[in-house]
Design a protein around this ligand. Structure first.
Ligand SMILES: Nc1ncnc2c1ncn2[C@@H]1O[C@H](COP(=O)(O)OP(=O)(O)OP(=O)(O)O)[C@@H](O)[C@H]1O
Ligand SMILES: [Mg+2]
Ligand SMILES: [Zn+2]
Length: 736
C-alpha cells in the first residue's frame, strides 16, 4: 500500500527553482468571467469557500483595482494574490522578503499545478536564466522576487519584456520604517506604480495598527487603493500570560502537560537564552533546535526545514524566525521574554494554529522583563522621538499583560476592533481580580524617596523589598537600612507580592528604573500617589491560574484527534502514506495534504474519485496525482489496521515514515493517545524539570534577592533566570 503510483515521478519537489513546467498541464483558468475566482479556488486549491473578505479582494484585483489588505497571520492572504494571478493574463509578481521560504512556497504551488518560480540570491546563474526564460515565454503564473532584486535595472528590464498581471507586495509592513521588520529595499517599491501604472498592486500585511496602515499606504503610494481590513480575531488560539517564576521549568511543564509531541515555537529575546533553552528542552526529552541570527545560514536553513518537514519539532528562536511560514499545525507559541510590541506579539502568536485547530499562545512575564525592556529603550540608539515610540509600544504590551479583562478584547481593541469576552483566554477562564494597591504603592514609593533624601542612595528592587519586609540581610546591615523609619513597614505582604507591586508600578509608569543596576527612581506621576491623590489598582493573580486554564485547554485539545473510533486507524494509514510520499518528494507533509483534509477523508471514506474530489483541500491536480493512491489506502485500511494492531512493533510505517510523520504516524496503534506519545514515552534523560539548569538558576536567584546582581547590558546575552525568585510557598499564586 505504500507503493505509491507512478504519478509521483512528476513530483513537484523534484522541480528545482522553477526549472521548467512540471507537467505541461497547468492551473490557469479558462476564460469565462464571473465565477472564475470561485472556480479556481475550487478546482486548483480544492477549497469549498472563500474565507472572510477573500472573495471581495480577489474580485477587486481581478478587475484591475489596487488593494491594501490587512488580515491576521494565517488568515489567508496568499490566495488574495494567487487567484488573481491565475485569472488575469500574465504573471503575478510577488515581492517577498522571505527568501528562505520561496522554495517551499513555489513547491506548494507547483503541488497544486500552479506554474510558479522565484528569483533570488540563492540561485546560480543557470537557474535564474531558466526562470527568466519561463517568465518571458509566458509560462509562469507567479514569480516570487526578493525586494532587493527590484533595485537592479536588469530585473526591471526583464519585467518590461514580459507580461505582468499584478504586483503583490507581501509582508508590506516591512516598508514601515519604525516597525520591527523594516527592510530598506521596500522603500523603493513606490516606483512600481510609476513604471507600470497599468498593473494593479496588492499590498498585504498582518500588522494592522493605524500607524502602520497609514505608513504602508503613503510609502507605497497606494492612496487610491481600496482598503480591506479583516477581523483580526484568531478564535482557535488560547491566549495566556503567566506570572514568570522559573520560565524554563514553566515551559517544560506546559509542553509536557498540554503539548507533548506537538510542533511549536518558543521565542526568547537573546541568542544565549535561545541556546540555553533549546539545550534544556533537549536534556528533558523534548525534540528542540535553536534558531537565531548568530547561527550559520546553513544551520538555520536546516533547522527551518526540519521544522517544516517533521512533526512535533520545537524551534527555540529569536524573532528572526517564523515570518510567512505556512506550517499549518504549529500547536503552540511560547514567549519566555516580553515581546517589544503588541504587533510583534500578535504576529508571533499568530503562527500557531493556522489550520484552525485549538492552539496555545503562552507568555511568561515578570518584573525583570519590565526592568530589562525599559533599560533597553533608555540605552537605545536614535532620537528622543524614536525612544518615545518604543516606550509607547512597550506600554501597550505591559497593559495587555496587566489587564484584568479579556486578553482577546484587549488585543482586538489594539487593532481598533471591538469584541466581547472570548471565553478562551486565561483571564476569561480564571478571572483575576483587581485590588486597591494604593497603600503598598505609597509604602514602596516612600522607601525610594527616603533612601534618596535621607541617604542620597538609590537601590534596586531586591534591597527595597528587603527594607520593606524588615529583613536584616548583610546588605541591609552594611548600609544601616534597618534604621530607616520605613524598615519593616511592609511585613504584611510577601516577597512575591512586593515584586508584583514593583512590576505594576513600573508598568503604570509610577516608578522607573535607571542605570546598569536597575535602580528604582520616582517618576513625575509618583508624587500624586504619595500625596494620596491617586488610587492605584493592581491585578491580583488568580489562585492556580494555570490549572484552571489548563483543564479547559486539555479538553479543547482533544479536538484535533477527536475522530470517530473507526476513522482513527484510517487517518493514521493516510498519514503514513502521506509521510512516505512527502519524503519521496522532499516536501513537507502538509504540502501533500493538510491534517484537516486527511481527517475529512478518513471520516467520509469516499468511495470513488468524484467523491474524493469533493473533500475540502483536494483540488484537481492533487486528485489526479494522489486520488488512486488514497483510494487504495482506504481500501486497504481497516484490515491492515487490525493486522497492525496485533503486531504494532512491526507496523507498516517504516521508521523513516514515523520520523517524517511524528509519533502519530507510526502505524495504527496510536489511537487517540497518538499525539501524546512522543514526550510521554520515557525518553532517556527525561529527568524532572527541577534537575539541570533550572535548579541551578533558581539557586542563583535565591541569593539574588539579597545581593542582586547587576542587570546585564541591553543587548548582551542576559539570563532571565536570575530574576523573579519567589520563595517556595509563593508558587501557587502571589496572593493565595
Ligand atoms: N478559503 C480557504 N479555505 C481553506 N483554507 C484556506 C483558505 N484560504 C487560506 N487557507 C489556508 O490558510 C492557511 C494560511 O494562509 P496564508 O499562508 O495565505 O496566510 P497569511 O495570511 O499569508 O499568513 P501570514 O501573515 O503568516 O503570511 C494556508 O494553509 C491556506 O491553505
Ligand atoms: Mg503570508
Ligand atoms: Zn478572553
Amino acid at each position: 500500500m505504500n507503493d505509491v503510483d507512478g504519478g509521483l515521478d512528476e513530483a513537484p519537489g523534484g522541480v528545482g527553482a522553477g526549472a521548467g513546467p512540471s507537467t505541461g498541464e497547468h492551473a490557469r483558468a479558462g476564460g469565462a468571467p464571473g465565477g472564475e475566482a470561485q472556480e479556481v479556488l475550487h478546482r486548483v486549491f480544492g477549497y469549498d469557500a472563500f474565507r472572510g473578505s477573500q472573495q471581495e479582494i480577489v474580485e477587486h484585483v481581478i478587475g484591475g483595482g489596487d488593494a491594501v489588505v490587512l488580515m491576521p497571520t494565517g488568515g489567508g492572504k496568499s490566495l488574495c494574490y494567487q487567484i488573481p494571478s491565475l485569472v488575469r493574463p500574465g504573471t503575478g509578481v510577488v515581492v517577498s522578503p522571505l527568501i528562505a521560504l520561496m522554495q517551499d512556497q513555489v513547491d506548494a504551488l507547483r503541488a497544486v499545478g500552479v506554474r510558479a518560480g522565484f528569483l533570488n540570491s540563492t540561485q546560480d546563474l543557470e537557474e535564474r536564466r531558466l526562470v527568466e526564460a519561463e517568465f518571458l515565454a509566458g509560462e509562469l503564473d507567479l514569480l516570487y522576487l526578493a525586494p532587493e532584486r527590484l533595485r537592479v535595472e536588469q530585473t526591471l528590464g526583464l519585467l518590461d519584456r514580459g507580461k505582468i498581471s499584478l504586483f503583490a507586495i507581501d509582508e508590506a509592513h516591512c516598508v514601515a520604517q519604525w516597525g520591527h521588520d523594516f527592510r530598506p529595499d521596500y522603500l523603493a517599491l513606490s516606483m512600481l506604480h510609476e513604471r507600470w501604472p497599468e498593473v494593479p498592486r496588492i499590498a498585504l500585511t498582518a500588522t494592522a495598527t493605524e500607524a502602520t496602515h497609514t505608513e504602508i499606504t503613503s510609502r507605497l503610494r497606494m492612496e487610491q487603493a481600496r482598503h480591506f481590513v479583516a477581523s483580526f480575531d484568531r478564535p482557535n488560539i488560547q491566549y495566556r500570560i503567566a506570572a514568570k517564576s522559573e520560565p524554563k521549568k514553566q515551559l517544560l511543564e506546559l509542553l509536557r502537560t498540554e503539548h507533548a509531541g506537538d510542533a511549536g515555537i518558543v521565542y526568547c529575546l537573546s541568542r544565549a537564552s535561545v541556546e540555553k533553552t533549546a539545550q534544556f528542552l533537549v536534556q528533558n526529552g523534548i525534540d528542540a533546535v535553536p534558531y537565531h541570527a548568530g547561527l550559520d545560514a546553513q544551520v538555520r536553513a536546516r533547522h527551518q526545514s526540519r521544522f517544516l518537514r517533521e512533526d512535533g519539532l520545537v524551534v527555540v528562536a529569536t524573532i528572526a524566525f517564523g515570518m510567512g511560514i505556512d506550517k499549518p499545525d504549529v500547536r503552540f507559541v511560547a514567549h519566555l521574554d516580553l515581546p517589544k510590541s503588541v504587533e510583534g506579539y500578535y504576529q508571533e502568536t499568530g503562527r500557531a494554529g493556522r489550520d484552525g485547530l485549538p492552539s496555545t499562545a503562552w507568555l511568561a512575564y515578570g518584573l525583570q522583563d519590565v526592568v530589562q525592556q525599559r533599560k533597553m529603550i533608555d540605552g537605545s540608539e536614535g532620537d528622543e522621538a524614536h525612544r518615545r515610540r518604543l516606550a509607547a509600544h512597550l506600554d501597550a504590551m505591559l497593559a495587555l499583560c496587566e489587564t484584568v479583562e479579556c486578553r482577546r478584547v484587549r488585543l482586538l481593541a489594539y487593532f481598533g476592533q471591538e469584541s466581547t469576552p472570548c471565553g478562551n483566554c486565561d483571564t476569561c477562564l480564571a478571572p483575576p481580580q483587581s485590588w486597591d494597591g494604593t497603600v503598598p504603592a505609597q509604602k514602596l514609593l516612600s522607601t525610594v524617596v527616603r533612601l534618596q533624601r535621607e541617604r542620597g542612595q538609590k537601590f534596586g528592587t531586591g534591597q527595597i523589598v528587603d527594607i520593606l519586609m524588615g529583613r536584616k540581610t548583610a546588605k541591609v546591615i552594611q548600609f544601616d537600612h534597618d534604621a530607616l523609619s520605613v524598615f519593616g513597614i511592609g511585613a504584611d505582604l510577601r516577597e512575591a507580592d512586593w515584586r508584583g507591586v514593583v512590576r505594576q508600578l513600573l508598568a503604570q509608569r509610577l516608578l522607573a528604573v535607571e542605570g546598569d543596576y536597575g535602580t528604582l527612581v520616582l517618576t513625575e506621576a509618583s508624587g500624586e500617589v504619595l500625596r494620596g491623590g491617586r488610587q492605584v489598582l493592581m491585578r491580583r493573580e488568580p489562585e492556580k491560574p494555570a490549572r484552571a486554564a489548563r483543564a479547559k485547554a486539555a479538553k479543547g485539545k482533544r479536538a484535533p484527534v477527536d475522530l470517530p473510533a473507526e476513522a482513527m486507524p484510517v487517518f493514521e494509514a493516510l498519514r503514513a502514506w502521506r509521510g512516505q510520499t512527502a519524503k519521496e518528494q522532499g516536501v513537507p507533509a502538509y504540502v501533500i495534504f493538510h491534517d484537516a483534509t486527511l481527517r475529512e477523508i478518513a471520516t467520509a471514506r469516499p468511495a470513488g474519485i468524484a467523491e474524493l474530489g469533493a473533500v475540502n483541500g483536494v483540488g484537481e491536480n492533487k486528485l489526479a496525482k494522489y486520488g488512486e493512491a488514497i483510494l487504495e489506502v482506504l481500501a486497504d485500511g481497516p484490515s491492515a489496521a487490525e493486522a497492525s494492531t496485533e503486531g504494532a512493533s512491526t507496523g507498516r510505517a517504516s521508521a523513516e515514515t514515523a520520523s517524517a510523520e511524528g509519533p502519530a504516524g507510526n502505524g495504527w496503534a496510536g489511537g487517540s493517545q497518538a499525539s501524546g506519545s512522543r514526550a510521554n514515552s520515557g525518553r532517556p534523560n527525561g529527568g524532572r524539570p527541577g534537575s539541570g539548569s533550572g535548579a541551578a538558576a533558581s539557586g542563583r536567584a535565591a541569593t539574588g534577592a539579597a545581593g542582586r546582581p547587576a542587570a546585564p547590558e541591553p543587548d548582551a546575552d542576559w539570563d532571565w533566570d536570575m530574576e523573579e525568585p519567589p520563595p517556595e510557598e509563593d508558587r501557587e499564586g502571589a496572593y493565595g
